[in-house]
Ligand binder design. Structure first.
Ligand code: MF3
Ligand code: CO
Ligand code: CO
Length: 253
């Protein structure tokens, strides 16, 4: 069942989403060579609690051990922040932040580059952002959810990249992961139709190599099977009367 949000819920989710984006703004100057991903995780948690009056939606979620996900290079998603994962020149990484504010959920992520990023890695980051935006532009009342996947897959394939299939976007706001599953590729499983008042994420994961993924022994870290680079961007989007509103934009642009 896909929840149609009430105006009051939309207000609450709008705030939670904006504050989640503010976490990414706050952490940006600290994402530099030499830092480990656990110190970034702890800095974001301190900000979430002390500055936003919110809590991380990740810690304890199905046993997840940290406050955020930080996925470096060939890690597709759900990278676990760690003292031993030290960022170095040329790395690309996704930081994915999910918070609960006044019992509403925000969820957004973006890519960062460390120092001088190789041309192919930067192209992957840019094309993945374009994929997310093309998916978002497919959002309007009465459009099939599959239009999102079609738009994303078409753009990824044009650049000879592949779309990860094992992870998808999702309804969000009242809970962390609601219906529907938002596929990022053309899928016969995607039969729902968008309606005004729905809120969901679009969060394509795009690989330089093949789309296949595997989860490491820690039970979380998803990596490309062929070890190729992977990128991801995520926004939470509201279906409006005429199209869409991106909810996960930071307070100060
Ligand atoms: N933020 C992720 C998403 O976009 C989910 C992370 S679940 C966690 O859906 F447990 F790993 F935090
Ligand atoms: Co999400
Ligand atoms: Co997320």
């Amino acid at each position: 069942m896909i929840i149609i949000k009430t105006p009051e819920q939309i207000e609450g989710i709008r705030l939670a989403s904006r504050l989640t984006a503010d976490v990414l703004e706050m952490i940006t100057p600290f994402v530099v060579a030499g830092v480990n991903t656990q110190e970034l995780d702890e800095r974001m948690n301190t900000f979430i609690i002390n500055e936003l009056g919110a809590i991380s939606a990740c810690i304890g979620y199905h046993g997840y051990p940290k406050y955020t996900c930080i996925s470096v290079n060939h890690v597709i998603c759900h990278g676990i922040p760690s003292l031993t994962k030290i960022l170095k020149n040329g790395d690309i990484l996704n930081i994915d932040v999910s918070i609960i504010k006044n019992s509403y959920f925000g969820d957004t992520s973006r890519m960062f580059g460390i120092g001088r990023v190789p041309i192919m890695a930067q192209k992957l980051v840019d094309v993945t952002y374009e994929c997310m935006m093309l998916g978002i532009e497919a959002v309007k009342p009465n459009a099939p959810f599959n239009d999102i996947g079609i738009a994303i897959q078409k753009h990824a394939q044009k650049h000879n990249f592949s779309v990860v299939r094992d992870f998808c976007g999702h309804g969000v706001g009242v809970a962390f992961h609601e219906d529907p599953q938002v596929m990022h590729y053309d899928s016969k499983q995607s039969t729902d139709i968008m309606q005004e008042g729905m809120i969901f994420t679009i969060e394509p994961m795009i690989n330089v190599g093949k789309y296949h993924s595997k989860v490491l022994a820690d039970g979380w870290t998803a990596v490309t099977k062929d070890h190729s680079l992977s990128a991801q961007w995520e926004h939470a989007v509201l279906v409006t009367a005429t199209g869409y509103e991106i909810l996960s934009l930071p307070s100060k642009l």
